[in-house]
Every structure is written in C-alpha cells, then in structure tokens.
Design a protein around this ligand. Structure first.
Ligand code: FAD
Length: 450
C-alpha cells in the first residue's frame, strides 16, 4: 500500500483544530486541516462592519495564569496574543451593579439578594459539598434539587437560574450542582479525588478564590486564532477551506483517511473537531451504546446583539462584564471597546449582549433581549448608531444531568476528538484547550507523538 500523504488530518479549523494542527506540526508531522467554511477560526473570529469590530459573541478567557491555553501558549506559540485583565463579573439589578460573589465572605456582602437568601444560599452550597463527601454522586443532583427546599424569593431564584444558564447553557433544573460550584470557582473542577482532605480543601476554597486570571485578547478574539496561525510553520501544513469532511475511511477499526465533498485524503491519525453528535454521519463503525450516549448531548443556541453607541455611557464604564437578571430574558454583556478602543470608531463604544435562545421565533427572542437591555440601561437607546446580531452555539455541548461527554480518544484507533464536547472542565476556549491537551496525552500514550 502507498504511504499516506499526511501524518495527521484535522477536521475543523476552529480553535481546537488549529491548536491540534499547531502541536502536531511542531512535533514534526505533516498536517492537513479541512474546514467546511470559507474562513478559519470557527467561533473564535472577529470581523468588521462600519468601523465596529465584532467577536463571534462576547468572550472572557479564563485560566490565563496557569490554565490549559497558557500551557499550550508557553510550549508551542511563537506569537502570543496580548490579554488585558477582565477585572470583575457584575450582577445588575435595577440601578445597582455589584460584583458577583466568588467567596462566602463576598456572598455575605452581596446585598442585591436579601440577608436571609444570602445565608440560605451559603447553607445550600455547604450542604452540597458536605453531601458529596458521603455520596460520590451528590453533586450530580441539579442546582434546583439543592435549593428547592428553601423558601428563596423570586429574585434569588432568577439570579440562580441566570447564573446556571451562564455556566452550563441550561436552567438550574438541568444544571448539575458541581457545575455551579466548580464553574464559579467555589470548588476545583474536574478532579475526581474523593479523599477527606480533598473535601476539606473544597470547603477552604469557599473562603478564598483564585479566579482572577481572566482576560480579553487585544484586537479581539481573532487575535488568538491569528496567533495560532502565525505560530504554525508554513511548510508541511496545508489548509483546505470550503471543504466538508463527509466520511471516515476505517479498516479493521483503524482510521485510514477522510473523504470530503471534494476529495479523499489518507492519513493514520485524524483529529475531529466538529460536533461529536455528528460522528454517526461520518462512520457506521460506532457501537449502538456509544451512539446512544452521543444522542443524549444537548446544545444551547445563543443570540448576541452588538450595539455601537455614539458615545461612551457611564453605566458601561467598567472593565469587566455584567449579568442582568431582573427579567425572564437575562443577558451577559461585555463593553469590549473599554478593553481595546480600536474595536470601535473614535469616541464610540461597542458592547455585546448575549442571551440563551429559548424561542423558535428568533425575532421574538431578539425583542425580548432588547426589552431587557432597555429596561436595564434606559440611557442606551438614544445612543445606538449601529446594531448587529449573531446566532451561535457557544459550546458544542451543554453540561446537563446524566450526560457523559466522550473521551478525546475515540473507539476507532487513530481517531481523536477535540472541542468543547469532549471535556467538561471550564468553558469555551479553556475547555477546548483542555480537550486538546487530553487528546495529546492519548496520542503520546499511543506513540503518535513523542
Ligand atoms: C456567544 C458566545 C460567547 C462565548 N463566550 C466565551 C467566553 O466568554 N469564553 C470562552 O472561553 N469561550 C467563549 N465562547 C466559546 C468559544 O468561542 C468556543 O468554545 C470555541 O471557539 C470553540 O472552538 P472549537 O474549535 O472547539 O469549535 P468551533 O469554533 O465550532 O470550530 C469547529 C470548526 O469545525 C468546522 N467543521 C465542523 N464539522 C466539519 C466537517 N465535517 N468538515 C469540515 N469542517 C467542519 C466548523 O465549521 C468550525 O469551523 C463563546 C462562544 C459564543 C458563540
């Protein structure tokens, strides 16, 4: 048989696929990247309209001090994106803007919620952590399961539900409680240590958080994608855009290559970064049990409304992001031009508002989002000079009860899976980076790389 043309074929040119391409190329491999769109970057892209530079959704990048993206940047990037710190996450309630509490002490000052509800919420969180030391599945129960017995006010319920949507993509009834505790920094995520010390450490973490390593990439989220592309040595990597992978070539449970709508490519290692839910469309070699687990994966669609403002407004003068929850359509917003003024025309302001799409009728949802924005920020309407909307799927899988994400090592030899549906830790770019590190670990074990 003739030698395969490529050492590794990467399906998908979003951040996960490009990170995998970078590492494999730097490990000396001849790499092909196949991307179905006419651009690279997937959900990590910035584009310009009328002088405003919009990201594909507002982005805050976590774990910049010692997270997985930092590990990959230190080891493999020749060009490193510049990040500017994101100082705080705020909650907006009527005229009040207050930092979202990340420790029990901060929760005690969070007077957007009543004194009674703050105490009850602290109790519910401690209860969940204590129960997890006795029963290993205790944190698999939903957030709602832990709070329903308390008589929380409607306002506190809205707050808890909005934070659940923000952290998992789903409501508090579908969000496992480990996600709420881990995603907001109260306990370590993804560690399966069931020792007593580990549980005590979890409780100590309630009093002390190290969640301040967040940043926004100067130049927009595109700058991460561009840094990866500029770090990839030009020889031995080919990019094919506008080309969709349609079928895996598998022989004796080993991957041999990929068919696309335009051609056939051979290689003994394939890294797939599309939706894992779509895998059964690419091969019939997966077991019924594996396919039925993939089928359970849920996704959430989001709508982002970018507003360009004629002038900077005082309500949005902070270097952070905000969650507005006094509504049934809560939003998460970042005034990105506060971090990088080049993202908006001179003296203008650019802010992105994102909400979960719960309606089939997108126009209806957009009007609800606008209603929330105008209620929260009455001063904004008269300053709007530019509007742009995006509909996206921020994470390939929402973190929901009873759903297992597949391992980056697939059941087909030589086929690895990366992306936000193959690792449960953290969110977005950080989660995608974790998945790439995990896939690399498996590739090392399998002797694909050193
Ligand atoms: C509104 C919004 C807000 C967000 N906020 C944050 C945030 O604050 N912080 C954060 O870290 N992250 C955030 N994210 C998430 C982050 O952008 C994504 O997690 C990340 O970009 C996902 O990268 P990926 O490579 O795994 O997937 P994708 O970007 O989806 O890339 C997959 C690529 O594969 C291609 N593809 C799929 N199937 C095929 C095929 N069969 N053949 C060829 N190509 C294929 C697709 O076209 C795509 O380009 C946000 C995203 C959105 C939309």
């Amino acid at each position: 048989m003739t030698k395969p043309k490529y050492d590794a074929i990467i399906i998908g040119g979003g951040i996960s696929g490009l990170l995998a391409a970078l590492v494999l190329r730097k490990e000396g491999k001849k790499v092909l990247v196949i991307e179905k769109s006419d651009y690279l970057g997937g959900n990590c892209r910035t584009y310009e309209i009328n002088g405003y530079h919009m990201d594909t959704g507002p982005h805050a990048i976590t774990g910049l001090l010692n997270g997985p993206l930092k590990i990959l940047m230190d080891e493999y990037f020749s060009v490193v994106p510049k990040f500017t710190p994101i100082k705080s996450y705020y909650a907006r309630w009527q005229k009040k803007l207050q930092e979202i509490p990340l420790t029990l002490l901060q929760l005690s000052y969070f007077d957007i919620l009543s004194k009674k509800d703050r105490a009850l919420l602290a109790g519910a969180m401690m209860d969940a952590v204590a129960k997890s030391s006795i029963n290993k599945n205790a944190l698999e129960k939903s957030v709602y399961d832990y709070i329903k017995k308390y008589n929380f006010s409607a306002k506190s319920i809205k707050f808890i539900d909005a934070i659940s949507y923000f952290l998992s993509g789903k409501s508090m009834k579908e969000t496992p409680s480990w996600r709420m505790l881990g995603g907001s920094g109260y306990v370590d995520e993804g560690k399966n240590d069931k020792s007593v010390e580990s549980h005590i450490k979890k409780i100590i973490k309630f009093a002390k958080h190290d969640y301040n390593s967040q940043g926004y990439p100067l130049g927009g989220i595109q700058n991460i994608t561009s840094s990866i592309l500029n770090s990839i040595p030009k020889n031995k990597v080919s990019f094919k855009t506008n080309e969709k992978a349609t079928r895996f070539i598998v022989k004796n449970n080993r991957i041999k290559g990929v068919k696309t709508d335009k051609g056939t490519y051979y290689g003994n290692t394939v890294v797939y970064s599309g939706f894992v839910k779509d895998l059964p469309d690419l091969t019939d070699k997966l077991s019924a049990e594996y396919k039925s687990e993939l089928k359970k994966i849920k996704q959430t669609k989001s709508a982002t409304l970018w507003l360009g403002l004629k002038k900077k407004i005082p309500e949005l003068s902070y270097l952070g992001s905000e969650v507005y929850f006094d509504t049934n359509t809560p939003y998460w917003a970042i005034p990105v031009s506060n971090f990088d003024s080049n993202l908006a025309p001179k003296n203008r302001q650019l802010v992105g508002f994102t909400t979960v799409i719960k309606e089939d009728d997108f126009e209806k949802q957009l009007n609800k989002l606008k209603h929330s924005i105008f209620t929260a920020l009455p001063n904004i309407k008269k300053n709007i000079e530019f509007e742009h909307t995006q509909v996206t799927i921020p994470e390939k899988a929402a973190i929901t009860i009873g759903v297992k994400f597949p391992s980056p090592k697939s059941p087909i030899k030589g086929l690895y899976l990366v992306g936000t549906d193959t690792d449960v830790r953290s969110m977005g770019v950080t989660r995608a980076s974790y998945s790439v590190l995990e896939a690399l670990r498996f590739m090392k074990e399998d002797g694909v790389i050193r």
